[in-house]
Design a protein. Structure first.
Length: 255
């Protein structure tokens, strides 16, 4: 809401109008913050419950009487916290954005954050955290590159969002199966990075044409992607410590 201040009003009325404008602005900001908090809380708790329940059903985890084990609230909250932290971690790195020329796809920190998230959380939770990130943007939260938002087909870089989800699953799968140390970790991240480009380039072609797809969607990003692979691998000890993962004879993931 915009409040126009009349120069003909006495000074105390000017001050009153200014205070009213500031209060309304702060109120709107608070409402937006509460809305975003509710979205993050709702997504994280719902996805964590589905993940925990799915682990019980798929793993056929039963009690001595043959019934499926109940899902622990502590485990749900713990997983929800990890999903929220890493979804917001991706959102933060998405703010690192560099546009160049007429290219509609910017260089961002998203890829780096996806690599770290997938390797830190594993296939299931890494993929879930990435899906949560994409869903947050779809609901209107300004979490995509440069503060963007919307459904993936509404933005030129939407195919890369789909690629993030696929890459998280691939990287997590490979890390869980022993590629958690260099050079295996770098190889897992490189494969995941390639996976990102498949839907990314296909989607971008509909925006810029097939003749400019590689020029706008691949070639400018290769040097930066190689640097991100190295930086992501250096960040992994801290990321694994954050989610309380221990590497002793194999990678033990939270379940």
């Amino acid at each position: 809401m915009l409040i126009l201040l009349d120069d003909n009003l006495p000074s105390h009325q000017h001050w009153s109008h200014l205070q009213s404008f500031q209060f309304q602005t702060l109120l709107l900001l608070a409402i937006d913050a509460l809305k975003d908090f509710g979205i993050v809380l709702g997504f994280s708790m719902s996805l964590a419950y589905l993940g925990q329940k799915g682990s019980v059903l798929i793993g056929n985890k039963r009690d001595p009487e043959g019934r499926y084990r109940s899902v622990s609230l502590i485990n749900i909250v713990s997983e929800a916290a990890r999903l929220a932290v890493f979804a917001l971690f991706i959102s933060f790195f998405a703010r690192i954005t560099i546009y160049f020329g007429s290219n509609p796809v910017p260089i961002t920190g998203q890829t780096l954050a996806i690599l770290v998230t997938a390797a830190a959380l594993g296939a299931r939770q890494g993929t879930t955290a990435t899906i949560m990130y994409v869903a947050m943007g779809a609901t209107g939260m300004h979490v995509f590159a440069g503060g963007g938002f919307g459904l993936f087909w509404q933005v030129a870089s939407g195919g890369y969002l789909i690629g993030f989800v696929a890459a998280a699953a691939v990287i997590g799968f490979l890390v869980e199966r022993g590629l958690d140390k260099s050079p295996g970790l770098l190889l897992a991240m490189l494969i995941g990075n390639i996976v990102i480009y498949i839907p990314g380039l296909l989607h971008l072609a509909f925006w810029v044409g097939w003749d400019k797809t590689m020029e706008f969607g691949l070639y400018p990003f290769i040097p930066g992607d190689l640097a991100k692979l190295y930086i992501a691998s250096l960040m992994m000890p801290a990321a694994w410590a954050l989610v309380k993962m221990r590497n002793s004879g194999g990678l033990i993931l939270w379940k």
